[in-house]
Design a protein. Structure first.
Length: 367
């Protein structure tokens, strides 16, 4: 029996591994030494990690600002606006048999715009595509890159739409921060070739503090609502950052007031309420207006707050987002002049704003 035979380490070795001579070596207890080179998980060749083909993104790629904007076809390259009322100093009541008052009329101005193009490309070699489908590779690398680059394209547009007003648009799409400018101090804040320092009608409503942050209060929100309503606008959505949204919730809870909730769904024509329909998602509201957060909203100490009237604000689409692909996998290596594959996402249009006074912004805020 094993328990009768095994009395020490030497007996155990002989019992399980055989006598020394039969295995081609001799063994004695004096040869049992402390190991100085153990086999570890870090030893080369002991194992190979299998990562699997699912790729888990560690990035927040939301593009809520782009999603909530209505998308309308580009049908013309400009529009006309009324920038000044007819005079109240003439006209009105007249005496019996009096001569007619002087004539008056509103002031018209035209605004021109051209579509802009945003493009993102990516490529992969024939060898990379082949190896990705072997062993523990990614698998269909074309599909993975297409999906991720599509998200990147939309996210980059989202970032363009929320660039600080001090950064000129150039070839990028126009910015909501520039559209909601309430006081112009730089040519970079001009929009559609309008000199906003000379054209007060082109300024939105605003609550700013010359770069000095102030503690956020509900008065800031109410003030801009009142100003927009006075100008003739009616904001349909509030856009801000996640930090400001959380602070608003804390303010309301401290006053034993709570934000209402509304079920909305972003559509091709902007944010729409869908009461009674189990679709879209639930968001907080203030004054009945949905509050949508985006990570890309410019931040002072807290993220800024935009009031947007989407009756007058939309993305004018010349060419909707399209995907093109060319290369060896699609039978056209000569098109890209290499043994590989290239993909491209492409969108043409721009952000259009038809009534500046309908929108507003609160900035220079802290918690």
């Amino acid at each position: 029996m094993a328990r009768d035979y095994i009395r020490n380490i030497t007996d155990m070795e002989r019992y399980y591994y055989g006598a020394g001579n039969s295995m081609g070596y001799s063994y004695s207890g004096s040869e049992l030494l402390k190991a100085d080179a153990p086999m570890l998980s870090t030893t080369a060749g002991t194992y190979q990690a299998i990562y699997g083909r699912k790729v888990w993104s560690q990035l927040n790629q939301e593009f809520n600002a782009f999603s909530i904007l209505p998308k309308r076809p580009w049908e013309r390259s400009g529009w006309r606006v009324i920038t000044e009322r007819p005079s109240f100093a003439v006209g009105g009541g007249v005496a019996e048999n009096a001569t007619l008052p002087d004539t008056t009329k509103p002031t018209f101005q035209h605004i021109a715009a051209k579509p802009k193009t945003v493009v993102h490309t990516f490529d992969m070699s024939e060898t990379a595509m082949f190896l990705a489908d072997k062993d523990d590779g990614l698998g269909d690398i074309r599909s993975i890159l297409k999906e991720e680059m599509g998200k990147h394209h939309a996210e980059h547009i989202n970032k363009m739409l929320l660039v600080d007003k001090a950064t000129a648009a150039g070839n990028d799409f126009e910015s909501l921060d520039r559209i909601t400018t309430g006081a112009s101090s730089s040519a970079n804040e001009d929009i559609y070739s309008i000199d906003r320092s000379a054209e007060s009608w082109s300024l939105a409503e605003h609550d700013e503090n010359s770069g000095t942050d102030r503690t956020l209060s509900l008065d800031h929100l109410d003030t801009i609502f009142q100003k927009c309503w006075t100008r003739g606008g009616n904001p349909k959505v509030i856009l801000t950052g996640y930090d400001t949204l959380m602070r608003l919730q804390q303010l309301l809870q401290s006053q034993q007031r709570f934000m209402e909730e509304k079920r909305i769904t972003p559509t091709y024509n902007g944010v729409k309420g869908v009461p009674g329909i189990e679709a879209g998602f639930i968001v907080a509201t203030y004054n009945g207006v949905p509050i949508i957060p985006s990570k890309d909203v410019p931040t002072d100490s807290l993220s800024r707050i935009y009031y947007l009237d989407t009756d007058y604000l939309y993305f004018s689409t010349a060419i909707p987002t399209q995907y093109f692909e060319s290369g060896i996998e699609t039978g056209d290596p000569f098109g890209i002049n290499r043994l590989g594959q290239m993909g491209m996402f492409h969108t043409m249009g721009d952000l259009w704003q038809l009534f500046y006074g309908a929108h507003g912004k609160v900035r220079d805020l802290s918690a």
